[in-house]
Design a protein around this ligand. Structure first.
Ligand SMILES: [Zn+2]
Length: 543
């Protein structure tokens, strides 16, 4: 144990007097994505963490990490973390896009589906890596050394797909009552046991969690929408078998980490002949944020519970004596619900005008242009919009121009860019906090999948016109509250540091590749290696 610690210290430049030693490679990469864990939430709570997040806060801390693209949704965000590429290269431009050339009636395509499966649609789909255009770190590790094992576990299928890549040894995601995998794959005993524990937890009713003083200070009711419902004082009480409430509670992350720990142990990941990788998507923070917003007792209880659960997970790796390296980040940030934001110093926070929804705009345009049938497609009131096909090009152009004009004229719209404008913009370089809106749009533009134009709402406009019980707040904008996420690296024995300048989540993959000596061809990824050594040594390859 002591020898290993010494080796790690030497490897990380903790003792500069020693002769140059090849740095040891970690035996296990643990890549964690906390869904919707914004840089703002990290800043708000980091002083209060005592468990796993406290430990990571003492490593190499990049508090201004950027999911630098405009489409700050779960699927694009997860696609950047272990590929080193922005969505413009991963091809994952949104959670759902429109393919008007699709053979089936449903023209919406879910990012992690295989739409070629007969009878499927974007709601009832076969989970697949089909749309991910690039390899992940795990894919490259397995290509370089077939003895490397790759495991992906997440609350959401799209997180498990985008982080696990094209050919993981095991991939599991939650489907209502249990963790599931691709059809035809066996269920290892460790997964069956973890599923049995999760089923028992779900079947039992939950009493309210105790409210510690920190969260008590944030516990205040705020009326949502028309005022029939309030959030802010929740403590995760739950009737037996309520799947939606289970998912939006610390219980869900506990189940995900339980499965990750069980599978890690049974496969002896980190104890084999080659470096292994386990990617974990803890998804409850996102469901809590959508259901209750980010600034109430609910998010406070959730983050403190996640901190404890991560601490317990790392303790199991410590007990096994594994030399592991951790990276933790998020797929996007988030914004609190406008009703509470207005009460707390942000009078311009508002819900979106329902007239901006693609369906409503379709009706407005059709009436204005004297047309019938569907002429405009989109997934909500912002993002990619598509003009119907099968019309003469001058007609399509007329519809597009009229739609762009209508959106631009609305007071809740910040910008609208046509696909020609976005395509003509070079792939952005330089610090992502200085990018223009057009550059942000370019970073999640794919010529085949992106729309005819892209709509951006003004800051503090929540794109949920009528809040339902599962969704009062959200993310998805090009604004920094949705782009900024923490990026935390940790390995036992490393000297930590804090780098406040802006970096990108696409930098994670080349940084980890360097740690395990996996060579990357120059220019093969968008990201760059971040030097995790605080002194003159470097963990990155020499240029
Ligand atoms: Zn997400």
């Amino acid at each position: 144990m002591k020898l290993r610690l010494l080796a790690a210290l030497l490897a990380l430049g903790g003792c500069t007097a020693a002769p140059a030693q090849p740095p040891s490679q970690p035996r296990l990469i643990v890549a964690i994505s906390v869904d919707q864990f914004s840089a703002d939430l990290f800043a708000e709570y980091r002083q209060h963490f005592t468990g796993g997040l406290r430990r990571l806060s003492e490593g190499a801390v990049f508090p201004a990490g950027f999911q630098s693209h405009a489409a700050t949704e779960t699927c694009p965000g997860h696609s950047t973390i272990l590929t080193g590429d922005r969505p413009a290269r991963t091809g994952i431009v949104a959670n759902n896009w429109t393919d008007l050339g699709a053979a089936r009636a449903d023209k919406y395509i879910y990012c992690a589906e295989d739409e070629r499966v007969p009878g499927s649609d974007s709601d009832h789909y076969t989970v697949s890596d089909l749309h991910l255009r690039v390899p992940t770190l795990g894919d490259l590790m397995r290509r370089a050394d077939p003895a490397s094992r790759v495991v992906a576990i997440a609350g959401k299928d799209r997180a498990a797909v985008m982080m696990g890549g094209h050919n993981p040894d095991q991939r599991w995601w939650w489907e209502g009552r249990a963790f599931v995998t691709h059809a035809g794959n066996a269920t290892p005993p460790a997964v069956a046991a973890a599923n049995a524990r999760a089923a028992r937890a779900l079947a039992a009713a939950q009493v309210p969690m105790p409210l510690d003083p920190l969260c008590a200070g944030r516990s205040r009711a705020v009326a949502v929408g028309s005022g029939t419902r309030s959030v802010g004082e929740g403590r995760f009480a739950r009737p037996a078998d309520d799947q939606a409430l289970f998912r939006a509670s610390p219980e869900f992350d506990a189940a995900i980490l339980d499965l990750a720990g069980s599978l890690r142990e049974s496969m002896r990941l980190g104890q084999g002949p080659a470096t292994d990788l386990i990617a974990i998507g803890v998804s409850a923070t996102d469901y809590v944020g959508h259901r209750y917003g980010t600034q109430g007792a609910e998010m406070c209880l959730q983050l403190l519970a996640l901190d404890r659960a991560l601490g317990a997970f790392f303790a199991t790796l410590d007990r096994a004596g594994i030399d592991y390296a951790v990276v933790l980040t998020a797929d996007h940030g988030g914004l609190d619900l406008p009703e509470r934001a207005r009460a707390q110093g942000m009078p311009d926070a508002a819900r979106v005008d329902p007239a901006l929804d693609a369906d409503a705009m379709n009706g407005t345009l059709a009436a204005r242009l004297g047309m019938t049938g569907r002429i405009l497609y989109g997934d909500g009131p912002f993002g990619d919009m598509y003009v119907a096909r099968g019309l003469p090009e001058p007609t399509r152009r007329r519809i597009r121009d009229e739609a762009v004009r209508a959106y631009r004229a609305h007071p809740q719209i910040a910008a609208v860019f046509t696909r020609e404008e976005i395509a003509a913009t070079p792939s952005p370089t330089g610090p992502p906090d200085a990018w223009s809106l057009l550059q942000r749009a370019r970073a999640s533009f794919d010529a085949e999948r992106s729309g005819d134009f892209y709509v951006m709402l003004r800051p503090h406009i929540t794109p949920i016109a009528a809040p339902g019980s599962g969704s009062v707040a959200t993310h998805g904008s090009p604004w920094d509250y949705d782009r900024r996420v923490p990026i935390l690296f940790w390995r036992r024995g490393m000297s930590g540091f804090e780098q406040p300048m802006a970096v990108e989540t696409v930098d994670i993959m080349p940084t980890l590749a360097a740690l395990i000596r996996l060579p990357l061809a120059p220019g093969s990824v968008d990201g760059r290696c971040l030097d995790l050594d605080p002194g003159p040594e470097s963990t990155c390859p020499s240029p």
